[in-house]
Design a protein around this ligand. Structure first.
Ligand code: FE2
Length: 367
């Protein structure tokens, strides 16, 4: 298979996702002396990505077949990739940086690692709140952070907003992962963008006192806790439920079947935007082209391809993520979850308020 062959021929090593070991030096000594111009001569792109899904491999392979542009992949956690990019500096072979949350894209931008890509097609494919205003990063897929509730114990009409979760009636009923997780940090950051620091702190405090257990595991584990009766409601990203429902493991499948989804709104009560109702919190996986990219033209073509209707349909069907391209089709499962009002807060706010969110979590003791 071409993808496998490419992996073997690659000039940059693949790092298995989640491994923390430092990758080997990128290039042989002679190659290290190659100029950016030499590197640009070859029709290829070097993609540093935190996404670790099977569907991405298929999509990358299709791009290679269609364009003849080879893709070399470095797969690792976003923070490891960021550290590597900083270490490599001007000599970095990387063209595209892909992450599974917007706060890391914002971080890359703040470090001056990204460049603006002026593409009418990208502007058309990606709605403005899902891309950087200076076109330095673009959303590829959307993830809604929602509430999974026990079908047998909770009426969906009992929860309409994120604030409803803070009600003492849910004491000992909520399962949610650790605050070190970027999805929770981004959810809190979206509240800070709309509301008082005081109010958001109180919300985090109340969620903590409503927890069924100390935070542990990933979003899938929170649904399993609800299915097992440990909790009644869980805060999760939508695609994790898709993964459970389509799991080969019967236990995972039945855990998924034990819950329903609520797409909560956010009602600002503080001073910033009192009374303003916002839709369900959205995060993205997204991509940016690096400032030192040797293959800018090919990198742009790659991003345009990733946001095309054809590829967006695949993200939705195979990975249960919401497409960013409004013209793409929702998969039958996503359609079954129904329409919902989406928060259109510009996503750069999630990066902007990340540090404050982390501070609040620490302050209230949400591990
Ligand atoms: Fe995830």
């Amino acid at each position: 298979m071409q993808y496998i062959r490419l992996l073997l021929l690659m000039t940059v090593p693949i790092i298995a996702c989640n491994k923390t070991s430092d990758p080997k030096p990128e290039r042989a000594a002679s190659k290290q002396q190659a100029t950016q111009a030499d590197k640009a001569a070859k029709k290829e792109i070097n993609v540093y990505t935190h996404r670790h899904y099977e569907v991405d491999k298929e999509i990358f392979k299709d791009f290679e077949t269609k364009t003849g542009i080879h893709i070399n992949v470095v797969n690792a956690k976003a923070d490891e990739l960021l550290a590597r990019l900083e270490r490599e500096g001007d000599k970095s072979p990387a063209d595209v940086f892909i992450t599974s949350d917007v706060a890391r894209l914002y971080r890359a931008q703040q470090k001056g690692l990204l460049q603006s890509i002026d593409s009418d097609m990208l502007k058309k494919n990606v709605p403005s709140h899902l891309r950087d205003e200076n076109s330095q990063w673009f959303g590829l897929t959307k993830r809604a952070r929602v509430i999974a509730y026990a079908n047998s114990r909770v009426k969906p009409s009992e929860i309409k907003t994120y604030q409803d979760l803070a009600n003492p009636k849910w004491k000992g009923k909520i399962a949610v992962r650790s605050s070190s997780n970027i999805y929770n940090q981004s959810l809190l950051a979206s509240m800070i963008a709309k509301d008082d620091h005081e109010f958001v702190t109180r919300w985090a405090q109340n969620i903590l006192s409503n927890m069924a257990r100390s935070p542990k595991g990933n979003d899938r584990d929170q649904v399993k806790a609800v299915a097992a009766g440990v909790a009644d409601i869980a805060i999760i990203n939508t695609y994790y439920l898709g993964k459970l429902l389509n799991s080969k493991d019967e236990n995972e499948k039945s855990a998924g079947e034990a819950v329903g989804l609520i797409f909560p709104e956010y009602q600002a009560v503080g001073l910033k935007e009192p009374g303003k109702a916002a839709g369900t919190h959205i995060n993205i996986s997204g991509a940016g082209v690096l400032k030192t990219a040797p293959h800018v033209k090919e990198a742009q073509e790659f991003l345009e391809y990733l946001t095309s209707i054809e590829v967006q349909n695949k993200f939705s069907a195979a990975n249960y993520e919401y497409p960013v391209n409004p013209k793409a089709e929702l998969s039958p499962l996503l359609k079954s979850w129904g329409d919902f009002k989406e928060d259109t807060l510009p996503l750069s706010n999630l990066g902007k308020y990340n540090a404050e969110a982390v501070k609040i979590f620490d302050q209230v003791g949400w591990k």
